[in-house]
Design a protein around this ligand. Structure first.
Ligand SMILES: NC(=O)c1ccc[n+]([C@@H]2O[C@H](COP(=O)([O-])OP(=O)(O)OC[C@H]3O[C@@H](n4cnc5c(N)ncnc54)[C@H](O)[C@@H]3O)[C@@H](O)[C@H]2O)c1
Length: 281
C-alpha cells in the first residue's frame, strides 16, 4: 500500500487486487448514503469490497448494485459495536480474499438528543460505543492483517459537527470530535507499520439518512445556501474523498481531517461581504 511510487504510467487510484471493508455500507433508506457510495466507488476501481451492516438487507442491496456493474463484493451482517462481530468481519475478508488493504469506519448514528443536563445515560453509552468504540474495535482486528501486506489505509467518518460548536445535542458532536482525535493518535501509532489513518468530515450532504428525518424544501434550500459553493452535496461527494484518501494517490497523507462540505466549515459564508464602498452590509 505504501511502497515506493508506482511507475509513472500506473494509476495510483487503482484498487485491483486490493480488499476493502466498508462498515455501514448499506443505507438506512433507499438511495445513496456515504458508505454505500464509497463501497461502489471502491468496486469501480477494482477493489473487492466487504460491505458490512447491522441490517443485512441494506448491505445486500449495496452488493447487488456493485455486482450489477460487474464488481465484486460480499454482504456481511455485523454490529460493529461488538468486539466479536468486528473480529468476524475481518476474518470474513481474509477467508474470502486472503488479504486486507482498506478499512472505512463509516458507521455513525445521531444518538440521543439532549445536553449534559438531560441526555439519557444508557443511550449515551450505546451511541458512544457505536460511533467511537467501533472505530477502535474494527482497527484492532484490521491493523494486524494490513501489516502482513506491508501496510494499509484506514478512513474514518467524522462530521463538521465534530469540528465546530452549535450542534443542538451533546452526543453527536462529541463522538465525531473523538474520531478526529483517534485519527491523529492512530496515525502516529501505526505510521511506522505503513498504515495511514485519515478522516473525512462531511458537511450537510443530502443522503437517505437526512431525507428520512423529513425536511421541508425550505430547510433543504437553507442547507444548500449555508456553504461557500451553494451547491447540495451527496453521498458520492463523500465517497470520492474516502476513496482518494484510501488510494496510493494519498500515499504521503496521514493523520488529516478533510472537510467535504462545499466550504461550510471555512465559515466565510456567514461573514458579511464588504461592498465596493468599503461598508459592510
Ligand atoms: N448524511 C450526512 O449528512 C452526514 C453528515 C456528516 C457525517 N455523516 C456521517 O457519515 C456516516 C454515515 O453516513 P451514511 O450516509 O452512510 O449513513 P446511513 O445511515 O445511510 O448508513 C449507515 C449504515 O450504518 C448501519 N449501522 C448503524 N449502526 C450500525 C452498527 N452498530 N453496526 C453496523 N452497521 C450499523 C445502518 O444500518 C446504515 O445502513 C456516519 O458516520 C455519519 O455520522 C453523515
Amino acid at each position: 500500500m505504501n511502497e515506493a511510487p508506482r511507475a509513472a504510467v500506473g494509476d495510483r487510484r487503482d484498487f485491483s487486487e486490493r480488499v476493502a471493508i466498508v462498515t455501514g455500507g448499506g443505507s438506512r433508506a433507499a438511495g445513496i448514503g456515504n458508505g454505500r457510495a464509497a463501497a461502489i466507488l471502491f468496486a469501480r476501481r477494482g477493489a473487492r469490497v466487504l460491505v458490512v451492516d447491522v441490517e443485512r438487507p441494506a448491505a445486500a442491496d449495496t452488493v447487488a448494485m456493485i455486482e450489477g456493474e460487474g464488481g465484486e463484493a460480499f454482504a456481511q451482517a455485523a454490529d460493529v459495536s461488538r468486539p466479536a462481530d468486528c473480529e468476524a468481519v475481518v476474518q470474513a475478508a481474509i477467508e474470502r480474499w486472503g488479504r486486507l488493504d482498506v478499512l472505512v469506519n463509516n458507521v455513525g448514528i445521531s444518538g440521543p438528543p439532549g445536553t449534559a443536563i438531560d441526555v439519557d445515560l444508557e443511550a449515551w453509552e450505546h451511541a458512544m460505543r457505536v460511533n467511537v468504540g467501533s472505530v477502535m474495535l474494527m482497527s484492532r482486528y484490521a491493523i494486524p492483517e494490513m501489516t502482513r501486506n506491508g501496510g494499509g489505509a484506514i478512513v474514518n467518518l467524522s462530521s463538521i459537527a465534530g469540528l465546530a460548536g452549535g450542534h443542538p445535542s451533546l452526543l453527536y458532536p462529541t463522538s465525531k470530535a473523538a474520531i478526529v482525535g483517534m485519527t491523529r493518535a492512530m496515525a502516529a501509532h501505526h505510521g511506522p507499520q505503513g498504515i495511514r489513518v485519515n478522516c473525512v468530515a462531511p458537511g450537510m450532504v443530502y443522503t437517505p439518512m437526512v431525507a428520512s428525518r423529513g425536511m421541508t424544501p425550505e430547510q433543504r434550500e437553507a442547507r444548500r445556501m449555508g456553504s461557500l459553493l451553494q451547491t447540495e452535496g451527496s453521498g458520492w461527494d463523500i465517497g470520492e474523498a474516502v476513496v482518494y484518501l484510501a488510494s496510493d494517490a494519498a500515499r504521503w497523507i496521514t493523520g488529516v481531517v478533510l472537510p467535504v462540505d462545499a466550504g461550510a466549515s471555512a465559515g466565510m459564508a456567514r461573514m458579511p461581504v464588504p461592498a465596493s464602498d468599503g461598508k459592510r452590509r
